[in-house]
Design a protein around this ligand. Sequence first.
Ligand code: ADP
Ligand code: MG
Length: 271
Amino acid sequence: MFNTISNQASKLINLTRRNKQLSKTKLITITSGKGGVGKSTFTGNIAYLLSSRGFKVAVIDADIGLANMQVLFDIKPKFTLFDYIEGKITIEEALLQTSYKNLFLVAGKSGYQYANHSNSFVFARIVEDVINLNEFDIVLIDTGAGLNEYVKEFLAISNNILAITTTDPSALTDLYALMKMLSKDKEELMLCFNHTRNHQIGDTISNSLINLAKKNRLNDNFMVKYIGNVSTSANISTTGRLRKLFSHEFKNDDSTRQLQAIIDTLLKNIK
Ligand SMILES: Nc1ncnc2c1ncn2[C@@H]1O[C@H](COP(=O)(O)OP(=O)(O)O)[C@@H](O)[C@H]1O
Ligand SMILES: [Mg+2]
C-alpha cells in the first residue's frame, strides 16, 4: 500500500505510534471510497456528540476536494490547515474554537495543490502536532474521497479508521477497494452505513464483504467491524444547508439516536 513511503515518512509513522502511546489523545480517521456518502456529515455530528458527552474534540478537515467542515460548524476560518503547513501560524492558531463547547476545528481549503508537497508527509505532521499537545481526548480527521496519495498519508498514520458507505453498488465497489488496500497493513476497519434505515441490512452487506475478502484471500488478520447505520433524513440535508448540525438541532430524531448508538460502539472499539 505505502510502497512509496520515504524513510522520513516511516519515521513519522513510528513517531506518531510512540506519541499516541504517550498522549491521551485518540485518533479516528473517517474515510470512504466514494464521495457524497456522508463523511463530513458523520464527522461533524460525531464530533459534536462526543464533545457534548464531555470529551475535548478537534476535527481536522483534510478534504482538499471539498473542504466543508467550516460550513457545518458555521465558521469563517481565519486560518486553514495550509497556513500551518506553510509555517505561517502556530498549531494553537490553527485550532479554531467553534461555537460548540469543547469542539475545535482545523479548517481545510478546497482545491489546494497537493502536488506541491506530494510524498513528503507534511500533511500528516499536523495530526502528530495536535496529538503532541496532549490536550484533546479525541481527534477526528475528515478525509476526502478516493485513494489518492494525500488520503493515504492520513490513513497510514491512523489506527482507528471508520469508513462510511451507502448500500449503493458503486459505493460498495469503492469500499472494497479501500478494504483491499488497508488489509495489507492495518488490523481493522470500522464500517457505518449511511442512508440505511434497517440495521440488519448493514450487517448482511458487511458479512458479504467479509466473505468476499476471505474468498479473495485478503490478509486473515484484517477485520471489518460493522458499527451501525443512519437512515436518510430530511432534517440532515436541511440542517446541512443551514450551516447547522442535525444532532444539535434534532436531539431526539431517529438519525441522532442511531448516531449515538454508533458512538457507543465506536468508544468501546477505539485504540
Ligand atoms: N442520512 C442522510 N440523510 C439525508 N441527507 C444526508 C444524509 N447524509 C448526508 N446527507 C447529505 O448528503 C450530502 C453529502 O453529504 P456529505 O457529508 O457532504 O458527504 P461527503 O463528505 O462524503 O462528500 C450533504 O448535502 C448532506 O447533508
Ligand atoms: Mg465531505
